[in-house]
Structure formats: C-alpha cells, structure tokens
Design a protein. Structure first.
Length: 311
C-alpha cells in the first residue's frame, strides 16, 4: 500500500472544518436517499398510519383484519351477504346446537317394520336434487321448489370453511309425511340426500318447502359427517341438528301454495319459542339455524344458511 498522502488527507490536514461539513452533507444526502427508497416501497402508508392520519388508520386496520379473516371462506361471505338478517356473517358464526334427529331419520338409529332403516348405505343417496325417490320408485314429491345453499364452517377457527365434509338432510313432504316411515309414502325415499362440501364449505340442495305438521315448528333435519366415507351411520356424525324455516315465508307458502292447506292450522298453533326443539335455544342460535330465503310461491325460493361446527 502506498504511503503517499491522498488529496483527502491533504484536505483533512489543512481544512478540518470543511471536511466536517462535507461529511455532514454526505450523511444528510444518504439519509434522504434512504427515506425516498423507504417511501417508494410503501413506507408512506405506514408512516401516515403511525401518525394517526385521518380515518385511514382504522380503515387500514380493518382492511388487514378483513383480509386475514377472508381466508375463512369466499363462500361464507357470499352466503352471509344474502343472509345477514338471519344467519349472521361468516366472521361471527357460532357452533350450531345439537338437536334430536327425530323419529324419522333413516340414519341407522331406528327401525321400520322390524328392520333397521338406513338410507345412508343406499346407492343413489349422494345427490343434489332430492325431490324424487331413487331406486324402485322415481316419484317426485310435489311442492314449492326450494334451492338451499349450505355453508359449513369451523366455529373454532375464525369460521374457516370445512371442505370434504358430508351433509345429510331430510324433511317431510307438503302433507307432513316422511318418506320410508309414514304409511302413505313408505315406499318412497324422496326428500333425503347427501352431499360433500367443496373448497368453500358449500353444498346446494334442490328440494321443496316442507309442511308444518301438528306439534312441530316447520324444520329441516341435517347431520354433519367428517367425510363421505364416514356418512354411513348416525354414530359417525359430528353434529345432528335442525333448521327453522323463516316465519314470514311459512305464512306465505302455507296460505298461497297448492297442497299446504293442513299446514295453515298447524302453523298457527306453534312458534319457535313453544316448539319442543327450538324453544330452549338462544336468540343467536336460532338466528343461525334460520336460513335466509327469497323468492315466491310461483317461482320457488332460494336461500342460504351457515352451519357452524366446532371441528
């Protein structure tokens, strides 16, 4: 290395004040370049938020929170946007309460005419349109059409969608009878079906609006299974519960649609508070158990419901 003094050494030896000024200016320029680079990479938003700039702080935080919770389910958001009045939003779900599967589940828990009734083991039970019987009969249950989209979420994990779960639903026909059990429709297996939830935790069933029979508020039964392979017997279910049909839609259907005449008197004598299943539920539970429906008797109804499972 050369020992010859450089120009910088010369300046430092002969004008220390100037050298200090140059170093200070160089440091300031370096800081300014760092600041410009930081701002260009998005630091401005953080700087404004840190300084409490207007309302963007709360908005930014909400946006961040919303983004993280949106991983719960795109389907839940679409479902809750149309059902917020009755089913809450996908970020405010609760675990649905356990309810009785009733006397007509055909899930292997009871028998009919001395034989165990288990439709879950039958080929053809996995289907989206449950209006017709399958197998030896293809009779279609008459009634006002109902297309119901169910979104299944994990109530313990920020309402994240549950994919690959099996949902079994069943309900009575417009006369108040259950297939496989009631003598009038003992040879039918309509209004029963199983589907597997997609990546959004969703399934959609096409069915009819059920009747109101004596002693019960209008309802739809459902059972949740961790997989299709497990959906062979009630014993493998992770939730057995029921949906409560919206009161205003019940009034409209029963008083306007053909074939529901018996439901008029039965519905006038019951409410969710007096019902032996829904009567002891909290307001929040009942709200989530009630699907949001839209449509008409002539065109049929479509609806959504959120089901929470503490998986």
């Amino acid at each position: 290395m050369s020992n010859t003094p450089s120009q910088n050494d010369h300046d430092h030896d002969h004008d220390p004040a100037l050298q200090r000024d140059l170093q200070r200016i160089d440091a300031q320029l370096s800081q300014r370049r760092q600041m410009l680079g930081w701002l260009a990479s998005g630091g401005a938003a953080a700087f404004v938020a840190a300084c409490g700039g207007g309302g963007s702080s709360g908005s930014s935080a909400s946006s961040s929170s919303s983004s993280s919770s949106s991983s719960s389910s795109s389907s839940s958001s679409s479902s809750s946007s149309s059902s917020s009045s009755s089913s809450g939003t996908s970020t405010a779900c609760i675990a649905d309460p356990t309810e009785t599967n009733g006397p007509y589940p055909a899930d292997g828990s009871n028998s009919v005419n001395g034989a165990v009734s288990n439709i879950l083991s039958s080929s053809g039970i996995v289907r989206s349109d449950i209006r017709s019987s399958f197998g030896s009969s293809t009779t279609t249950a008459p009634g006002v059409p109902l297309a119901l989209t169910i979104t299944l979420v994990n109530s313990n994990m920020a309402c994240a969608p549950l994919q690959g779960y099996a949902i079994y639903i069943w309900h009575c026909n417009r006369d108040g009878n259950y297939s496989l059990y009631s003598s009038a429709v003992q040879n039918e297996n309509y209004l029963r079906g199983v589907q597997v939830t997609d990546a959004n935790g969703q399934v959609t069933f096409t069915t009819i609006f059920p009747a109101c029979y004596s002693g019960r508020y209008p309802h739809i039964h459902f059972e949740i299974y961790p997989s299709l392979a497990a959906a062979t017997s009630y014993a493998s279910s992770v939730l057995i519960s029921q949906m409560a049909l919206p009161s205003d839609i019940c009034q409209t259907v029963y008083n306007s649609a053909t074939g529901y005449t018996q439901s008029i008197t039965n519905f006038a004598a019951v409410s969710t508070s007096s019902d032996n299943v829904f009567g002891d539920n909290t307001a929040a539970q009942l709200a989530q158990q009630t699907p949001a429906l839209a449509g008409s008797v002539a065109a049929g109804y479509t609806g959504t419901i959120l089901i929470g499972v503490g998986a």
